[in-house]
Design a protein around this ligand. Structure first.
Ligand code: DQA
Length: 151
């Protein structure tokens, strides 16, 4: 049997409010429903998906640190508002040296100016922004493809 790809999905602050938070930007689906669907999709893609959401910067950093001992092959991260502020999370990702895809539900380039700067894009494998929740599926597909080619 083919070895599973271990993917860690990290969602940052306020994404626990998906479904009710600014639905015009983030949609009507809850985080719980999204994760359920992503896990189903992952199974088809030979991915073992784990997920963390936190509103606290230090928790996100600690989750990234533990990714190494948990044998995580790839990270998908929506740092939410920390995208625009957190050098600490950026440093954590550099420290563990695990490839990651940065994702945003909304198009950060079509909103307020302060959202156009990300502390993550230049060190990421790629950025998905503005594709809605679909973006998470594209991230999983990309990882599945890339990791299967490598093996
Ligand atoms: C977001 C965009 C960020 O600017 C914002 O602070 C978020 C969500 C997105 O998914 O579109 O909380 O990362």
């Amino acid at each position: 049997m083919k070895k599973k790809i271990n993917v860690l999905l990290i969602n940052g602050p306020n994404l626990n409010l998906l479904g009710t938070r600014e639905p015009n930007l983030y949609g009507y689906e809850t985080l719980t429903d999204l994760i359920k669907k992503l896990i189903k999709k992952s199974e088809k893609l030979n991915i073992s998906l784990s997920h963390t959401q936190s509103n606290a910067e230090h928790k996100l950093i600690e989750t990234i640190h533990s990714a190494q001992k948990n044998n995580i092959n790839y990270i998908i991260i929506n740092p939410a508002a920390f995208t625009h502020t957190s050098i600490a999370i950026r440093d954590a990702l550099i420290a563990v040296s695990i490839p990651f895809i940065e994702i945003h539900i909304s198009n950060i380039y079509s909103r307020e100016n302060f959202r156009s700067h990300s502390w993550f894009s230049d060190i990421s494998q790629g950025v998905i922004t503005g594709l809605g929740l679909e973006g998470y599926y594209w991230a999983l597909k990309t990882i599945s493809k890339r990791c299967s080619i490598k093996k």
